[in-house]
Design a protein around this ligand. Sequence first.
Ligand code: NAD
Length: 394
Amino acid sequence: MYITKQNGQLIVPDNVDIPFIEGDGVGAEITAVCQRVVNAAVNLAYHHERSIIWQEVLAGGKAHAQTGEWLPSSTLQTFQDALIGIKGPLMTPVGGGIRSLNVTLRQTLDLYVCQRPVRWFRGVESPIKHPEDVDMCIFRENAEDIYAGIEWKAGTPEAQKFYQFLHEQMGVDKVRFPETSSFGVKPVSRQGTERLVRSAIEYALKNNKRKVTLVHKGNIMKYTEGGFREWGYELARNEFADALANGQLEINDCICDAFLQNTLLKPREYQVIATLNLNGDYISDQLAAMVGGIGIAPGANINYNTGCAIFEATHGIAPDIAGKDIVNPSSLILSAVMMLEYIGWNEASLLITNAMEQLFQQGIATIDLARFMENGHPVGTQAFGNALVEEMKK
Ligand code: NAD
């Protein structure tokens, strides 16, 4: 049975069907380990009274080989019906006008939040002095901004037409080299901002985090990024007045460049970050690098209104290491941890994070992390999964 949403609440059956996309490249290896670890955690936490029934749906190379399509409509339909799913990384098919599969998934399901929790695990090497101070959750707007894909290439009739409109009808004379300019459009709306900031604040309150920071470049882009700041504050005042008054919630803002510096210098100042699409892209990668990098950063794309959510490994298909049993499965496993938390199966999620903490402290990790650890014992992908399962049983 699938998860449903009724009267604003997720209804989660004890034996729940969850669709998954295996993913390309290293996808098969990390998916197998992830499912083994999650199954063990659910069994241990709920004594076989709950279970996940994994239902494979196709996308990427496997879908193309079997159906001739990169992203079959049945896959999108299943995610829509099941509300919640998980995916490995997908290659972006080159050429032929095929859009990124990840972008298509996000747009079709209107997954407007890209959520990235960032925390440090003791034992993991970090480039900063106090990685233990890093504990943030990024809410990146996923549907608007300069990433909306509205752009025209320099020299095309469309770019010329767009410039003519700007120049002749809008009186714009600031384009320095109009003949050789490409153009992009940056839509940022009140509705888009409000639903993102609302989700960030609700998450903060639910997880006992007091501070929500709006990160923007409103000093330069006054109506788009400045609008995000203004609408964000307004929403907080209008919808969360009590929480603001009783000190449960504190909302502030920071210019993006200063924010990137501050996260290196005083990461403890920040808890929940609400930001626009492009800023969020940079911020997510910097923060991930501060706590161990690409192999360990989890993520999810979520529509908090419909409840629809796809949890995902945030790294790519890593073709250089595929099939070698060395890929770090932690990004997908920690994404599954987010999924368990999202559906309220916190006992199972805790088992996994506790076990991972224990292993990293003992220096047990895949080679990408173990080679930088003082007491590092590199293990393969499958062995790392087995070690997690054994650790959970203790
Ligand atoms: P990548 O993340 O695949 O690889 C970058 C580097 O990091 C490589 O050296 C790789 O070996 C290493 N790496 C990545 N994940 C790792 C892990 N879990 N453990 C250990 N090392 C790991 O990024 P890329 O090379 O820029 O992209 C390759 C392909 O992946 C492209 O087709 C791209 O479109 C796709 N991609 C997909 C997603 C996604 O599906 N979410 C995200 C990024 C890139």
